[in-house]
Write a protein that binds this ligand. Structure first.
Ligand SMILES: [Ca+2]
Ligand SMILES: [Ca+2]
Ligand SMILES: [Ca+2]
Length: 449
C-alpha cells in the first residue's frame, strides 16, 4: 500500500516532460497551384494567434517574361482558405523577393522588390491585407530615395498595427556599395518617419537585413557587414525605439570571426528577448554551419553563440527562425549532408535547450529542397514552407512550393493538471492513512478476540 502510494506520488510530482520534438501533422502539401517548369521560389510564411497562416512566394507568371508575388491563405487545420492569388498590382517586369508579417488578428502585410517601378532600377513596395484576404487599397512605395537598387526587404508589426520595413539600398550611404535602411509606418500605412539609416560602419557592403518588432514598437535590425570583423562578412545588430531613434550603437553578434558570417534572421518573444541565427563558413569544420545567439531585450547576450546543426557534413545554411510568445523557438535550414539538398529543423525551449534532436522536414518525391521559412503560434502549431526543384535530364527543372505542418513545443507544465495532481497526492495519502487505520483497527479487534 505504501509502495503504491509512493508510486502515485512520484508519477504525479515529476515535472511534465517536454515533447521530444515536433511531430508531423499529415503529409507535406503543395502550396503553389502546380508543379511546373515555371520558376517558383523564395517562399515566406507568417501565422496569426489562432494558427491560421499565409504563404507568399515569387513565381514566373509568364515563362521568363514576368515574375509576380503570389500568396495563399490557410486555416490552422491546414485547410486552404483560398487558391494562390497575385499580391502585386503593378505586374510589368520583375516583382520578387517577398517578405510577410502578420498581426495576432490575422491582418497581414507583404513587401517585395519591384523592377523599374520607383523610376530607377529596383524599389521596395508593400500591400496590406485583412485577415480574410481582402486587400487594403493598392500597393505603396516604401523607399523615398529611389536612385539605383533598393531591395531585399523585411517587415515586422507591433501590437497596434504599426510596422517597420527594412531593406538594402545601393550607393546611398556614401560609397558604391549597399547600406541598410528602415522606415516606420502606422496602421493605415502613413509614414511615421523618413528613411532611417541603420548601419554606422559604411565601408563596403552592409546588406541582407531582417527585423523583429516588440509589441511596444521598439525594433531590432540585423544585417551582414563586409570586413567589419576583419574577415569576410560579420553579423551586426542595432536597436531602435518606437519613434525610430537608435537605442545605442550597432554591435557585433558573431564571436567566431574567421571567414564569412552571413544571411542572418531574427525572431523575438513577448518580453522582447531575441535570437539571431546566421550561416558561418567553416565553423563546424565542414563547409558552412548554422549558428545562433540569444539576447535579452536590452541587447545583452544571454549566452555565447552556439552551432545549431548536429550533423555537420557539407553545407548547413540559409537559416530561418520563428519564436513563440514564451520564447520557444524553431530554426530551419538548407542541408547538403545527403547527395540532395534537404531541409532540416531543430526546436529549442525558452532557455535555449534543445527539444529533441534535429529532424529532416518531410519531402515529396526526393527532389532538392531550398529556402525554408517557418512560423509558429503559442499553441505549438508550426508550419515550415520551402521550394522544391525536381531535375529532369537535359537541364530541365520543375518547381513547386511545399509546406509541412507540425505540432510541438509544450514547454511549461499546465497549471490546471498541477492542481489535480496535488488532489491525487492528498487522496493517495488519505487512502494510505485510512488503510493503515483499518489494518490497525483490525489488529486491535484481532487482539481483542
Ligand atoms: Ca530604385
Ligand atoms: Ca567574419
Ligand atoms: Ca557544415
Amino acid at each position: 500500500m505504501l509502495l503504491s502510494t509512493l508510486g502515485v506520488v512520484s508519477i504525479v510530482t515529476s515535472p511534465n516532460r517536454l515533447i521530444a520534438q515536433c511531430d508531423p501533422v499529415d503529409d507535406a502539401f503543395l502550396i503553389s497551384s502546380e508543379v511546373s517548369f515555371d520558376f517558383k521560389g523564395d517562399p515566406r510564411v507568417a501565422m496569426d494567434a489562432d494558427g491560421n497562416y499565409v504563404v507568399v512566394w515569387e513565381e514566373y507568371t509568364d515563362y521568363y517574361n514576368r515574375e509576380d508575388i503570389y500568396g495563399r491563405r490557410y486555416a490552422a487545420d491546414g485547410t486552404p482558405l483560398s487558391p494562390p492569388f497575385i499580391i502585386n498590382v503593378h505586374t510589368t517586369s520583375y516583382q520578387g523577393d517577398p517578405a510577410i508579417a502578420m498581426q495576432a488578428n490575422g491582418d497581414f502585410i507583404v513587401v517585395w522588390v519591384s523592377e523599374a517601378q520607383d523610376g530607377h532600377f529596383r524599389g521596395v513596395f508593400g500591400r496590406r491585407f485583412l485577415a480574410d484576404g481582402t486587400p487594403v487599397g493598392m500597393e505603396f512605395q516604401v523607399n523615398t530615395h529611389t536612385t539605383d537598387d533598393q531591395e531585399d526587404p523585411a517587415v515586422a508589426f507591433d501590437e497596434n498595427g504599426n510596422f517597420v520595413v527594412v531593406w538594402e539600398s545601393y550607393d546611398q550611404d556614401d560609397d558604391q556599395y549597399f547600406g541598410v535602411f528602415a522606415r516606420l509606418f502606422d496602421a493605415s500605412e502613413m509614414p511615421l518617419t523618413g528613411e532611417i539609416h541603420v548601419n554606422q560602419y559604411t565601408t563596403d557592403n552592409q546588406g541582407d537585413p531582417r527585423v523583429a518588432m516588440h509589441s511596444d514598437g521598439t525594433f531590432v535590425v540585423v544585417w551582414e557587414s563586409f570586413e567589419q570583423d576583419g574577415s569576410g562578412n560579420a553579423i551586426y545588430v542595432r536597436r531602435f525605439d518606437n519613434s525610430g531613434m537608435p537605442l545605442g550603437d550597432e554591435f557585433q553578434i558573431n564571436q567566431y570571426t574567421t571567414g564569412s558570417q552571413s544571411d542572418p534572421d531574427i525572431a523575438m518573444d513577448c518580453m522582447g528577448n531575441f535570437v539571431i541565427v546566421w550561416e558561418s563558413a567553416g565553423q563546424d569544420m565542414s563547409d558552412r554551419a548554422v549558428v545562433a545567439r540569444r539576447y535579452q531585450a536590452n541587447g545583452s547576450p544571454l549566452d555565447n553563440e552556439f552551432i545549431v546543426n548536429t550533423g555537420t557534413t557539407g553545407n548547413q545554411d540559409d537559416p530561418s527562425i520563428t519564436m513563440d510568445c514564451m520564447g520557444n523557438f524553431v530554426i530551419t535550414w538548407e542541408d547538403a549532408r545527403f547527395v540532395y539538398d534537404a531541409i532540416f529543423a531543430q526546436c529549442f525551449d525558452a532557455q535555449g535547450e534543445r527539444m529533441g534532436g534535429e529532424f529532416q522536414v518531410a519531402y515529396e518525391n526526393n527532389p532538392s529542397l531550398y529556402d525554408p521559412s517557418a512560423a509558429m503560434d503559442n499553441n505549438g502549431n508550426l508550419v515550415i514552407v520551402y521550394e522544391s526543384e525536381t531535375y529532369f535530364p537535359v537541364y530541365q527543372y520543375e518547381y513547386g512550393i511545399y509546406g509541412q505542418r507540425y505540432t510541438c513545443l509544450k514547454s511549461a507544465p499546465d497549471p490546471i493538471p498541477a492542481v489535480g495532481q496535488w488532489g491525487i497526492i492528498i487522496m493517495g495519502l488519505l487512502f494510505s492513512i485510512l488503510a493503515w487505520l483499518g489494518i490497525k483497527n483490525k489488529n486491535l479487534q484481532t487482539e481483542k478476540v
